[in-house]
Design a protein around this ligand. Structure first.
Ligand code: OAD
Length: 252
């Protein structure tokens, strides 16, 4: 076992409140594309302004709808990877473990994580663009070329994800920021750390005196402030980390 992973496990064992912030990288090994990785990232292949903004949806709702239905189909093929499973195990063995994710998939929940905050919404939920009434999609609507109409006000239905230029769900942000302020360890996994306010959370934790661990194949803004940078894929590092924590707790 790598020394830095054992060191990280010691941090986890001595922490009484852990917050874990995840990004697209944690789902990469499940086949869900990230956003900014060169060539494979969604924003290196698609135009975010066109597909993930209120203006883009207003201009061409059908195009946006078809793109999200494609992503939804891709997501339904995906299953949790060992990284997701390890985080669910850590929740079970750490005293307090809150998972805050920027991801719009439900792979953390599928892996068994219970205390999960979604900062950027969910690809599996839909709501009216005007009145925000929730909407359950039928199979036919999923296969349609354009979004269905809201059953309440008749305006268009949209994916319940946060688009560029939009605010985040305030309750989720507030809970995450409070937890970051109060935790004694923040575990950051698979995020470029470029999108705010999520990117602020490791800084809040660090400034409040918590230790920060970053798990990522590439260094970035989070690793530069981290106490420990576990370089590598989360699907490989996190299972070892969960095992090391369990061993330490068992007195090994
Ligand atoms: P990014 O695509 O910006 O970053 C993905 C990160 O995952 C990078 O730092 C990669 O190095 C890392 N990575 C790749 N493979 C990995 C692996 N196997 N294990 C661990 N890490 C790996 O994705 P996010 O940081 O999540 O917002 O992006 C933040 C937000 O930007 C997203 O939530 C989305 C996007 O626009 C909204 O949709 C609102």
């Amino acid at each position: 076992m790598r020394n830095d992973i054992v060191e990280a496990a010691r941090y986890l064992c001595s922490a009484s409140a852990v917050v874990c912030l995840t990004g697209a990288g944690v789902s990469a090994e499940s086949g869900v594309p990230t956003f900014r990785d060169a060539q494979t990232g969604l924003w290196s292949r698609f135009d975010a302004e066109e597909l993930a903004s209120p203006q883009g949806f207003e201009r061409d709702p059908g195009l946006v709808w078809r793109w999200y239905m494609g992503r939804l189909g891709q997501l339904e093929e995906a299953v949790p990877n060992p990284g997701h499973t390890a985080l669910a195990q850590l929740e079970g063995i750490c005293e307090r473990f809150l998972l805050v994710t920027q991801n719009v998939d439900d792979l953390h929940e599928q892996a068994g994580s219970v205390d999960v905050i979604h900062l950027h919404g969910s690809l599996l939920d839909f709501r009216c663009v005007s009145c925000s009434a929730p909407h359950n999609l039928t199979e036919e609507q999923r296969r349609a070329d354009s979004p269905p109409a809201c059953g309440v006000c008749g305006d268009l239905v949209r994916p319940d994800v946060v688009w560029f230029g939009e605010g985040l769900p305030w309750e989720a942000v507030e809970t995450a920021a409070e937890a970051a302020q109060a935790c004694d360890l923040m575990l950051v996994v698979g995020t470029s750390g470029l999108v705010y306010p999520a990117a602020q959370l490791p800084l809040i934790a660090k400034q409040a005196g918590a230790k920060v661990i970053d798990v990522n194949p590439e260094p970035g803004p989070v690793s530069s402030i981290a106490d420990l940078f576990l370089q590598g894929k989360s699907g490989e590092i996190l299972p070892d980390l969960a095992r090391a924590v369990a061993d330490l707790q068992a007195g090994g």
